[in-house]
Write a protein of this length. Structure first.
Length: 340
């Protein structure tokens, strides 16, 4: 299994490099055109097929506009990690900024649909959006981390999520909820593994004991989470492991890093832990904490908007002229899906 993982990771590097030239460069024109005109690329194509409400905003049609640069900057960071073992904060923060505002748009659309129709049409909430929460936590931006947690938890409670055949995405949201003091049952008790087989939620004991003083138990948690990521990354979307389907963060042990970070914030001891697929995870955690802290301080990043690149900054200015306010969007609480 390890050999397959390392081989797939190595082969994926070409795709990551090609993405910058073949996909990212074209996508930039979608954003610069929107900045200049205030119109999205997709509007002309879809306006003949659907009616738009009076309060419709062009940025509601964003998809690749933010998804592609989020992936691009994630690939940049992942390539560096694969080849040097270091996680660089700048590309991860750029990726995170696009992802945060993409989440706000998705949350706006779902809230608007519920308010207007009482239901969700064609709901699609990306499973890998949970990794945005992990990066926000590493960046130390608590307000935005809480916003992403609320949105992800609401999506899962209400069934908006495109369900993976694994539970790692659910685990990360539930784990952050435990850190905040929200104790709730799994969002689903089982997942469909094959047409004839289901699997039960497998991380209940981890959630109940994530803040234990038992270092050996935490090492077992880390081993299991890393092993599960390796297995799922090998299989990928062939069995609907959407978190790790050649994604822009598939080969970085973010689940393990989030567990270590939450324990560190609680003042709890962490074990010295290494994994054959990811190396010295404890050392990586220490490197990431220092790198993110230094970068956030040097760049004076007090909110996620401060991490935006020039194109995103100009895009946000245009979006704000069309009544976009991410923090106001995340502040919405739907009565049926309020956090416990």
């Amino acid at each position: 299994m390890l050999a397959k993982f390392l081989n797939k990771r190595s082969r994926s590097r070409k795709h990551m490099r090609d993405y910058a030239k073949n996909v990212f460069e074209y996508d930039q024109y979608l954003l610069t055109d929107y900045i200049d005109s205030g119109m999205t690329d997709g509007f002309e194509r879809v306006k003949q097929y659907r009616e738009f409400d009076e309060d419709f905003r062009q940025w509601e049609l964003f998809g690749a506009e933010f998804g592609v640069p989020e992936c691009h900057w994630g690939y940049v960071a992942q390539l560096t990690y694969i080849e040097s073992g270091l996680l660089e904060p700048k590309p991860l923060m750029c990726s995170l900024a696009y992802g945060y505002f993409a989440t706000a748009i998705d949350y706006y659309k779902y809230c608007s649909s519920l308010e207007k129709t009482g239901g969700i049409a064609n709901a699609m909430w990306s499973t890998i959006s949970v990794f945005r929460l992990v990066l926000m936590l590493l960046a130390g931006l608590k307000r935005e981390a809480d916003e992403l947690y609320h949105a992800d938890a609401t999506a899962r409670r209400s069934g908006w999520i495109v369900r993976s055949h694994g539970f790692i995405g659910d685990f990360l949201v539930l784990l952050y909820g435990r850190y905040l003091g929200h104790i709730e049952p799994p969002f689903t008790t089982e997942v469909q593994v094959t047409l004839r087989k289901t699997a039960p939620f497998s991380y209940a004991s981890f959630l109940d004991n994530w803040d234990t003083q038992d270092i050996e138990f935490i090492s077992t948690m880390l081993q299991t989470l890393c092993d599960d990521q390796v297995e799922q990354a090998i299989i990928g979307d062939k069995k609907c492991f959407f978190e790790f389907h050649n994604g822009h963060l598939s080969y970085i042990p973010l689940t393990a890093l989030m567990l270590l970070k939450l324990r560190d914030l609680r003042g709890l001891p962490n074990p010295q832990f290494s994994h054959p697929a990811f190396g010295d995870v404890t050392a990586l955690f220490e490197q990431v904490c220092t790198a993110f802290s230094d970068y956030v301080a040097a760049e004076k990043i007090l909110r996620i908007e401060d991490a935006a690149d020039e194109v995103l900054t100009n895009t946000l200015t245009r979006m704000q002229s069309q009544d976009f306010d991410a923090h106001a969007i995340f502040a919405k609480r739907l009565p049926s899906f309020s956090a416990g």
